[in-house]
Design a protein around this ligand. Structure first.
Ligand SMILES: *Cc1c(COP(=O)(O)O)cnc(C)c1O
Length: 217
């Protein structure tokens, strides 16, 4: 199946209310152009340098999401154009994003990355850290960022019940937070292996790479 076929199959299988971010990490720009030419303009990258290289080479109407760990000293490179930073995991990082957003005269949308997996390798904050951050006085001072939701990754396991439980815990937390934090509108959960479970359990945005491009290695 071609990239466009895969893209159409996945787009047809997810509800209209769910946003698809095509994860383009490690893929060459020619393949990104296949996606672009099929009419899809929302791409996700996990490394700043790769994101910058591709941004420079590709059409400027693409919306770029950063979905991987972001170091504070690299925020300035993506601040002029990034559409959504999905992987915010500290107040310090938010303060730097705010500073660079102000410099670029824009408001940068962010998701807080929440740790829900039963693994040591995933970044993110736990629920209590997110709660503390959301009600902190420091956050109120940041006028050039907007926290529009949460992102989480489930454990990489074949145990569907565990994946479901993890996504569900984030959905419950998201809905609870939404009542006091009304700017929440995005719950980013689900990748190639688990996006169906994620959508069944409340996801509004899925991040899919290998099911569209084929396996990365
Ligand atoms: C790579 C990556 C994805 C996509 O993974 P696939 O299995 O290729 O769909 C989604 N989210 C994040 C944060 C990633 O790094």
């Amino acid at each position: 199946m071609s990239i466009a076929d895969n893209l159409n199959r996945i787009t047809a299988s997810i509800p209209d209310s769910v946003t698809l971010v095509v994860v383009t990490k490690t893929q060459p720009v020619e393949k990104l152009m296949d996606v672009y030419n099929a009419g899809h303009l929302v791409f996700g990258e996990n490394k700043v340098q790769e994101l910058l290289d591709k941004y420079e080479q590709l059409p400027k109407d693409i919306q770029w999401h950063l979905i991987g760990h972001l170091q504070t000293n690299k925020v300035k490179f993506i601040a002029p154009f990034v559409s959504l930073i999905q992987s915010v995991d500290s107040l310090k990082l938010l303060q730097e994003i705010n500073k660079q957003a102000l410099r670029n005269n824009r408001i940068i949308k962010c998701l807080l990355q929440v740790y829900i997996a039963n693994e040591d390798t995933k970044f993110g904050m736990d629920f209590s850290e997110v709660e503390q951050l959301l009600c902190s006085e420091e956050l109120k001072k940041l006028k050039n960022i907007s926290i529009v939701g949460l992102m989480g990754m489930a454990t990489n396991t074949a145990d569907q019940d565990q994946i479901k439980k993890e996504f569900n815990s984030l959905t419950v937390f998201y809905k609870k937070s939404q009542s006091s934090y009304s700017s929440f509108q995005i719950l980013s959960m689900g990748m190639s292996s688990d996006y169906t479970i994620a959508i069944e359990n409340g996801s509004t945005l899925v991040r899919i790479g290998s099911s569209i491009f084929g396996s990365r290695n």
